[in-house]
Design a protein around this ligand. Structure first.
Ligand code: ZN
Length: 185
């Protein structure tokens, strides 16, 4: 149910200030240090990772990636369709030749259906035909079977005419509870 995943209203402004302050503090901390060597724009592993925007996932830490090694494309669910625009840029302009898709246990994408989310948006923006029209044509790409969703996304990318032939595409499930990843396809 949507109500189970939508947190109670929190003071957004103070959160934003906190994040801004944290960035400032991090910057201050590194100011006295020698600047890191410049990193080239193309990822050194020639890898693009598609994963969920879930705030509990830290791809650098949990997927063993360091700065400069891979593109990390994040969206709700880590859905390949949603990542396609970025993948085209990643492959054609920045030379990546492998794609890893990571979906994860406990994902919010299994907790709702598009029609109820559309109703929620319209309820929050009543008498707004432009909003209603756009939300009615939006596919939120929710899924019910985690393993199948990984297979579907990998197959979608393999069949996409926009993805370069010969791209190595793999699909994984990241287990939030254990910090382990298992390969699905
Ligand atoms: Zn998720």
């Amino acid at each position: 149910m949507l109500s189970t995943i939508i947190p109670k209203a929190r003071p957004v402004l103070s959160n934003r200030r906190t994040i801004f302050n944290a960035i400032q503090r991090a910057r201050e901390k590194t100011k006295s240090e020698k600047p890191p060597p410049p990193v080239a724009i193309p990822p050194t592993k020639r890898l693009a990772i598609v994963t969920c925007m879930d705030a509990r996932i830290n791809p650098f830490e949990q997927l063993g990636i360091s700065k400069g090694e891979a593109h990390i494309i994040r969206n709700a669910g880590g859905m390949a369709k949603d990542a396609l625009r970025s993948l085209v840029i990643s492959q054609r302009l920045l030379g990546t030749r492998a794609i890893d898709v990571y979906h994860h246990t406990g994902c919010g994408m299994v907790t709702f259906k598009s029609p109820e989310l559309r109703r929620l948006v319209k309820w929050g923006s009543p008498d707004d035909p432009a909003c209603a029209e756009q939300i009615d044509s939006m596919d939120f790409l929710e899924f019910s079977d985690l393993e199948q969703s990984v297979k579907d996304d990998v197959n979608f990318l393999k069949e996409s005419p926009l993805i370069l032939k010969g791209t190595k595409i793999q699909g994984f499930i990241y287990h939030l509870e254990t910090g382990e990843a298992t390969r699905v396809i």
